[in-house]
Design a protein around this ligand. Structure first.
Ligand code: ADP
Ligand code: MG
Ligand code: ZN
Length: 241
């Protein structure tokens, strides 16, 4: 009898609660369910440079979750008020309502019992506490989708992202288009001489670059006559160096 129940249980449970299978709901991958009758959550990370479509991809996955009628909560760091205070927003103006928070631990306080999926945008701006928060949520059975910059303007790992990538069940690393040569861009070029790791801005301060065109110290720019980087890049965009 034990073995029969052992076989039947997952089937019965899956009829009551559809399995958290990423394939149908925008994860792009099959995820495991637990045959003990408990369902596990997991962590998905979407990363890449600025303009690579991280927020677009997060929104795409969340829309599919909405279609599946699962409860979602979305968070972003309070610091990211570039476009809209209470929305995550992509560069091509797709939006999703969210809760801005100043500290990753607030996510735990804000979570409702019925929430099945948690989206987090601009994850790089949170502290390392975000990693524990994501683990806790996933251990509670929640699907966590976090998107953020993997590297800062110097090409160094950004905030909690390296740890988040390490503990994630699924990782998608996106590329943008290099604004100098048109190749695949994996880096975020800062166009100003600010040296703080966090300078919130968009196209006026940053652009996507490939490894060959990436100039983190602005040495190529500074060795040339006084032409503003942004102007130079705009006029020479897609011309081989
Ligand atoms: P991210 O969240 O990674 O910064 P978004 O999802 O906000 O990116 O925006 C992606 C969109 O940005 C693209 O679909 C495209 O319309 C636009 N875009 C602007 N510049 C670039 C670029 N250099 N490479 C790719 N997409 C770009
Ligand atoms: Mg974004
Ligand atoms: Zn390039």
């Amino acid at each position: 009898m034990d073995s029969i129940y052992g076989d039947l249980k997952p089937v019965v449970v899956s009829l009551l609660f559809p399995p958290p299978c990423g394939e149908g709901w925008g994860g792009g991958e099959i995820f495991m369910t637990h045959y003990s009758g408990r369902y596990s959550g997991w962590v998905e990370v979407v990363c890449g440079p600025m303009f690579s479509g991280k927020t677009e991809e997060l929104i795409r996955r969340l829309r599919l979750v909405q279609i599946a009628k699962q409860r979602i909560q979305i968070f972003k760091p309070l610091i990211d008020n570039r476009y809209h205070d209470t929305c995550i927003s992509s560069h091509n103006d797709q939006k999703f309502q969210c809760t801005p928070i100043s500290d990753a631990k607030q996510i735990i306080d804000e979570i409702n019992d019925t929430t099945r999926v948690v989206g987090i945008d601009e994850a790089q701006f949170f502290s390392d506490e975000l990693v524990d928060v994501c683990e806790k949520l996933a251990n509670r059975g929640i699907r966590v989708i976090a998107s953020g910059l993997d590297q800062d303007y110097l090409g160094k790992p950004f905030g909690p992202m390296p740890k988040l990538l390490a503990i994630a069940e699924s990782v998608l690393k996106l590329k943008a288009v290099c604004m100098v040569c048109g190749e695949s861009a994996t880096k975020t070029q800062r166009l100003t001489a600010d040296t703080d790791q966090v300078v919130v801005g968009s196209g006026e301060c940053y652009e996507a670059r490939c490894r060959a065109c990436f100039d983190p110290d602005l040495t190529l720019e500074l060795s040339k006559p006084a032409v503003p980087v942004s102007k130079k890049v705009k006029t020479e965009a897609f011309m081989p160096r």
